[in-house]
Design a protein around this ligand. Structure first.
Ligand code: HEM
Ligand code: HEM
Ligand code: NAG
Length: 446
């Protein structure tokens, strides 16, 4: 079904982005990558880790290694160097108690590691794929396949004359080394449908490092365009709630208040969205976040809403009754309000706003709902907020009048005959009408 295609593409992207690998490529001295994927073994219930180590050796010299842990001491190390013959590879599993050459481990607590495949690509990349069964049983350093920041050490030497089939070959000191943290959780498959095999990607770059928020995103100025965009849209969406309250308020000038407030707020929203588009273009032209997509969808909805309101009104004046347009205006309006308010939160997330901003936003959201929900409730019972407020006053004065009765009296007192307009001078009449304010008409518009 064509409808599902974007969905499938979306999930394909998700699984692709979960590729987990570290790479260090620096001239001829270092060119190594390792990829990791872990699974829960359905038979043993242990956590198996699939590893792929891929490196280039200048003139088939040197060695590369990576290991579980944050320091040499206690790390379980996977070491690779070119074999005796062209196309051969030697792998060994080693460890060391400190800053000494790692030795092949003989202790009993080493998890079972199978080298499942070794090969040399035509372009000289040496590859080894391994499976470390129930890998978390290694206790000299910590491995946690659920961890979002698992430490791995890596190192390389580009000069040693290795070219040996001896897995116990004494290693010379590394010429390059480092520690990296990887988001293991991103590649942990709890319910695998098929065997999970780590694969270094053809792009030799590090993927799925834990996010370093502080370094990664740039700070924006407090009074910059980003803040103007956020502030303008937040305030405008709150104002829309005010305009909606106005049209249902039961006040004599409610219609005028509604269309003026909504038009100003609507205009500000259009402006705010345009600023958003400008921000996105000037920040590199990516339109991929939910916030931006929702914002782009709101823009035409907002513009349409103004026309729908006007159209409804003209129809109403002409026919003296509501039409389908009236419902479109009401429901598109409610949708725009809801989605826009949510988009404020998404925008705050995108802009890495402070938690204070989030609390303020949430407070504003609750405030709007606290006003609108009772309003809609009473409206569905045929009461405006004004009716309810007046009722309260009457009740406090000790009147015996029931609620419905009071409301009915109020309606009767402000009701007027609908304006009957012929097409030719409709616009003039409408202008006059908007100027003078059509008192009471809004009450019949339900
Ligand atoms: C541009 C932004 C606007 C928004 C977001 C908006 C939103 C809304 C919403 C949500 C309602 C329904 C209230 C409820 O939920 O009970 C409503 C009703 C109404 N609006 Fe607007 N409005 C806008 C502009 C206008 C304009 C420009 C006019 C007239 C020129 C207008 C005229 C009306 C009228 C007459 C009603 C009552 C309709 C009925 O219930 O039958 N609106 N508006
Ligand atoms: C309903 C419409 C929208 C609302 C309510 C909204 C709201 C917000 C808010 C509250 C922020 C956070 C500002 C801050 O951190 O101080 C923000 C940021 C942002 N918005 Fe919007 N926005 C809307 C539409 C759009 C559109 C249409 C785009 C572009 C397609 C857009 C692009 C952005 C970008 C790129 C940021 C983050 C800028 C940065 O931090 O570098 N927004 N938005
Ligand atoms: C589960 O572990 C056992 C024993 O270590 C191993 O032989 C088997 O291949 C594993 N199963 C899968 C699906 O990898």
């Amino acid at each position: 079904m064509p409808f599902f295609r974007p969905l499938i593409a979306f999930f394909a992207l998700q699984s692709l982005s979960s590729a987990l690998q570290f790479c260090r490529v620096e001239g001829a001295r270092t060119d190594l990558c390792f990829a990791i994927a872990s699974t829960k073994n359905q038979t043993t219930k242990g956590k198996d880790v699939s590893l792929h180590l891929s490196a280039r050796f200048e003139q088939r010299n040197g060695w590369v290694a990576f290991g579980i842990g944050e320091k040499m001491a206690g790390a379980l190390m996977f070491v690779m160097y070119p074999g005796d013959q062209d196309g051969d590879i030697t792998m060994s599993i080693r460890s060391t108690p400190g800053h000494f050459p790692p030795m092949v481990t003989m202790t009993s607590n080493v998890p079972v590691v199978h080298v499942t495949r070794t090969w040399v690509d035509p372009d000289g990349l040496h590859n080894a794929q391994m499976m470390c069964y129930d890998c978390e049983t290694w206790t000299s350093s910590d491995l946690d396949v659920d961890s979002s920041k698992q430490s791995w050490i890596w190192s390389s030497n580009f000069m040693q004359n290795t070219r040996s089939d001896d897995p116990e070959l004494m290693l010379n000191m590394h010429t390059d080394r480092g520690v990296t943290k990887l988001n293991m959780d991103s590649s942990y498959e709890k319910h695998p449908d098929e065997p999970v095999i780590a694969q270094v990607s053809t792009q030799r770059i590090t993927m799925n490092e834990p996010k370093k928020h502080k370094e990664k995103h740039h700070k924006h100025k407090t009074f910059g365009l980003v803040s103007i965009h956020g502030f303008l849209l937040t305030v405008s969406f709150m104002s829309l709630s005010g305009g909606i309250l106005a049209i249902r308020s039961g006040m004599p000038n409610s219609f005028k208040m509604h269309w003026i407030v909504q038009s100003v707020a609507g205009g500000a929203i259009v402006l705010g969205c345009l600023i958003g588009i400008w921000l996105s273009i000037s920040h590199g032209g990516h339109f991929s976040s939910f916030h931006q997509i929702i914002g782009l969808a709101i823009l035409p909805g907002m513009i349409a809403q103004g026309f729908l309101g006007y159209w409804h009104h003209i129809n109403y004046v002409k026919l003296g009754r509501r039409t389908a347009i009236s419902d479109y205006h009401v429901w598109v309006g409610r949708a725009v309000l809801a989605v826009g308010n949510i988009n404020v939160g998404l925008g705050l997330k995108l802009g890495h706003a402070t938690s204070t901003s989030f609390y303020l936003w949430f407070g504003a959201l609750c405030l709007q709902l606290c006003i609108l929900i009772p309003m809609w409730y009473f409206w569905s019972k045929g009461l405006t907020i004004m009716d309810v407020l007046k009722q309260g006053r009457v009740a406090r004065k000790g009147s015996a009048d029931g609620m419905g009765g009071g409301a009915a009296a109020d309606y009767a007192s402000v009701e007027q005959d609908p304006f009957i307009v012929d097409d030719d001078d409709l616009d003039d009449r409408l202008d006059d009408e908007l100027d003078s304010g059509i008192k009471g008409r809004d009450l019949e518009m339900r």
